[in-house]
Every structure is written in C-alpha cells, then in structure tokens.
Write a protein that binds this ligand. Sequence first.
Ligand code: ZDP
Length: 286
Amino acid sequence: MLQFSKYEGLGNDFLILDGRSEPNPDHAFALTPAAVEKLCDRRFGVGGDGVILALPPRQGGELRMRIFNADGSEAEMCGNGIRCLARFLADRDGDGPGRCWEVDTAAGRIRPELQPDGQVRVDMGPPFLEPAAVPTHLPVGPAGLPQGELDVLGESWSVAAAGMGNPHVVVPVADVAALDLERIGATLEVHPVFPARTNVHLVEVLSPNHLSMRVWERGAGPTLACGTGACAAVVAGIARGLLAPAVPIEVQARGGRLRISWSGQAADHVMMTGPAEPVFDGVMQL
Ligand code: ZDP
C-alpha cells in the first residue's frame, strides 16, 4: 500500500510521497513510469499532473526532490510542485512562517520559504539562457536568449526559449483565449529544435507588470498553471523589453495568480511567490 498526500498549486496537482527516511532512496517506492502513469490517471488512479518524491539529500541540502510527469517521464524541476512540497513538509513537520528549506533538485539548489499568509516564496535560481542549457537548437537572438521563427501548423511564430532547469518555449500572442492550445502545444512540445521536448506557453502581455498565459506541459498536456513556465515567460518578457525588470510581475494562469520578479541580469535569481494547498491524504494499492 502506498501512502500519499495530494497538494495543488494553482490547480497544478501533485501526489507527494515522503521518502526522507527511505533506506534505499533510488528504488524508493519502486516507482516505474507505468506506476506513475497509473497514479496520475484521473479515472483509473488518484489523478494528478505529477508525482513528487521527498528524499534524503544528496548534494548537501536538507532534502532532495524528484518530480515525475503524468506520462511517467522525469523532469528536472517544478515550480508549483516545490511550493506544494514546502507546504507538505510544514504540515507534516509542524513548521511555521519563515521556515526555509534547502532542496536539492536536478536543476540545482532551490529554496522555498513559508510566508506569514501561507503562501510560499521560492528562490528559483538563475534562468538558463544558453541554448545547450535549455536545451534547444535555437541560437541566441538579439534579446540575449534563444530565439527564432518556428513554423507551427503552417503559421510562423516568433518564439523565445529559456530554462529553469527544465525547458520552456514562450510564444507571445495577441489573445491567449483565441488559440488552439491543444494543437499548438502538442506540436511545439516535440519540435526538433527541442531535443528534450519542451513545455509550451502562450503568453499575452497585458501591461509592463502583468501577463496572462496558457500552458501545455511536457509530459502532462494542458495544465491550469506551470510555475517554472511562468518564470520562463517573465524572463523572456523582460529580456525582450515587454515586461519591467526588478518589479513583481503578476502572472495570470487558468488556475490562479503568481508573483514573479527578476532583475534582467542573467546571473540574478528569479523569485516566485504563490499558493499551495493540501487536498487529501490517502493510500493506494499499486
Ligand atoms: O518540465 C516538465 O516536464 C514539466 N512538465 C514539469 C512540471 C513543471 C510544473 N508544472 C511547474 O510548475 O513548474 C510542476
């Protein structure tokens, strides 16, 4: 029997498994891609956009986080997920506001901190702007990050790419509601310029500190929000001069709002603040 806790951040929902005292972290919970798919299936399983493992540290942090997408593939990092992990740890260990965790991830050290209002503020680290680090075959463009024109479904789109440990393509559009996210998302996710596939974000800039976005996630399809994607959208918007640097940017997603700031300097860290809520605890026979 597998004990899990379900949490959500802007409707981006995760099944969290606590393996911090696991004697054999690499084989924790014997989670195969098929088991992850079953867990995430909204009819045959519990239902979720992904599975998050809390594990013993490996690189000097307090703990390690692994994240698996609903299709069973492993991702390097997750923004809504790490806020959910922080709330889970606080609920489980009885921590309060001001508690900060040093979390080892495949994208490096990430630091979520519990806020007095129950939200979580995360030091997401610096963005990855070198093509090989995203990864993408798009060359660095005039805005200092990978850019290019991509033909998608017979239309040419001017896109930018950025990494937050995981890959993102950001597509500025006039009206996010007017587009066929399913077809554009599914096509761009597997576009050959993204050798590790990519998350896809349609972004409408509403003002220098406000944007609206729709998300098609690598390994999960359409989701209500993506934290690392919102960070990538803000980085691309600031780099292209569409958004203001060094002020909080309101990011409106289908599932709710995030506040993200970045100075515009490549080495500076992206800060993300947003909600994370428990949904239920349960056990499941795998
Ligand atoms: O990079 C990927 O494959 C993503 N689908 C991972 C999950 C990202 C997440 N939605 C986020 O909020 O960053 C959890």
